[in-house]
Ligand binder design. Structure first.
Ligand SMILES: [Zn+2]
Ligand SMILES: [Zn+2]
Length: 409
């Protein structure tokens, strides 16, 4: 028990007034230890709000120094801090804002060697990094150390975030199985970002950390919140913990950490490489695949705005267990149906009754439209798996598939 002083009662009065927080919740916040990895666009607002909230110990990890181009969004650093280390600059503001907060500084980058040691003593981690390699590293380390964390990524006018409670909810790798190839994704330094987007996302992450340590509300678990600030569209996509996840699944094969060379910014791909398949459609594809097995099932998938919401089963003219071909008359009819509903043809799907959900050489050879997604459902394992690819110039590139109740909030 902490006995709050008169001053603390006043400083935190707007928390204490909240029925869900109260003195008890505030005391929990004051006893908590929260680590922020990256004192940049996301870490800066998160650190300020967590300091203001009276978090007991705030750890800050960053190896960079403050540069002029940072100041447009990294609001914990001021013009007078140029060339100063970011951790020091952040620590000074935190102390000025709230002398009660103890600050642990790590003037280094997280690596496979040091990360588990660094995160181990914290209750909650905020991922404020700007590259995929770090994001996967943080995910894997937090899963291994069983430390809950908030993932966040921003690009241009968009942001995405999810909270992971290891052992309980989907992890980053359940959703994005591996980093994209180097340079496949523009970084913030190449693509730009509206400064206030960093604030929008960093404060969501701070709110998740405070909810967790104060034990209030419902965390953003098994959900990916994405927003596009140009339209102010917010979307929450339901996620599922995967039993075959390489790090948090039943038989994980990632059991130790490795550093990956991938200095790129976040958001897996441009949003057109992300496909959401509604749960209903995913179930129908699996049903169709099972009904046709051992013959391959095939069909069209339609929808709008990267969300597949419609399933049109077609006949496999080959009646084969290894390939499929479409019947032209059926194809035309299906396209007409799709158009009449005001939707777009987004994908061709087919099943692999006994092989994994990867395009065969035949699939790659026969793919006819680089703008369509090729969705493959595999029944090879107990749990059916659905993956999606873009096939272009004889090469298949996997794209992100999210199965969930995608839709505007
Ligand atoms: Zn996982
Ligand atoms: Zn195939």
């Amino acid at each position: 028990m902490i006995n709050l002083t008169e001053q603390q009662l006043e400083r935190y009065s707007r928390h204490i007034l909240l029925k869900d927080v109260g003195v008890e919740g505030q005391e929990r916040i004051m006893k908590s230890r929260i680590l922020i990895i990256g004192a940049g666009g996301l870490g800066a607002p998160a650190a300020l709000y967590l300091a203001a909230a009276g978090v007991g110990v705030l750890g800050i990890v960053d190896s960079d120094s403050v540069e002029l181009s940072n100041l447009q969004r990294q609001i914990i650093h001021f013009t007078t801090d140029l060339k100063k280390s970011k951790v020091l600059s952040a620590a000074e503001k935190i102390k000025l804002l709230n002398p009660d907060v103890l600050v642990d500084l790590y003037n280094e980058r997280v690596t496979a060697t040091n990360i588990r040691q660094i995160i181990r003593s914290y209750d909650f981690v905020i991922d404020g990094t700007d590259n995929f390699a770090a994001k996967f590293l943080i995910n894997d380390a937090c899963v291994m150390e069983k430390i809950p964390f908030s993932h966040g990524g921003i690009l241009r006018f968009t942001g995405q975030t999810m909270t992971v409670v290891p052992g309980q909810s989907a992890c980053y790798r359940c959703v994005f199985s591996a980093p994209p190839p180097k340079n496949a994704v523009p970084s913030c330094s190449q693509a730009g970002v509206l400064g206030a987007i960093a604030g929008m996302l960093g404060t969501i992450q701070a709110a998740e950390a405070l909810k967790f340590v104060a034990k209030i509300g419902k965390l953003l678990e098994n959900s990916l919140l994405t927003f596009d600030a140009l339209k102010m569209d917010f979307r929450k996509i339901t996620l599922h913990k995967r039993s075959d996840c390489p790090v948090c699944g039943e038989n994980p094969y990632i059991t130790e950490l490795h550093d990956e060379e991938q200095p790129v910014c976040d958001l897996k791909k441009e949003s057109n490489k992300m496909t959401v398949i509604t749960k209903k459609v995913a179930e129908k594809i699996v049903e169709h695949a099972r009904a046709c097995a051992p013959i391959e099932a095939c069909g069209y998938l339609a929808g709008d705005n990267h969300v597949i919401s419609e399933h049109i089963p077609l006949t496999n003219a080959d009646s084969s267990t290894e390939h499929f071909s479409l019947v032209p008359a059926e194809q035309f009819e299906a396209v007409r149906t799709i158009r009449s509903k005001g939707l777009k043809l987004l994908a061709v799907y087919h099943s692999h009754p006994v092989t994994p959900a990867r395009p065969s050489e035949e699939d790659i050879r026969l793919a006819f439209d680089p703008d369509l997604s090729y969705v493959i459902v595999s029944l090879a394992q107990i749990e059916p798996s659905i993956r999606s690819f873009r096939i272009r110039d004889g090469k298949a590139e996997e794209e992100l598939v999210i199965i969930g109740e995608g839709g505007p909030l």
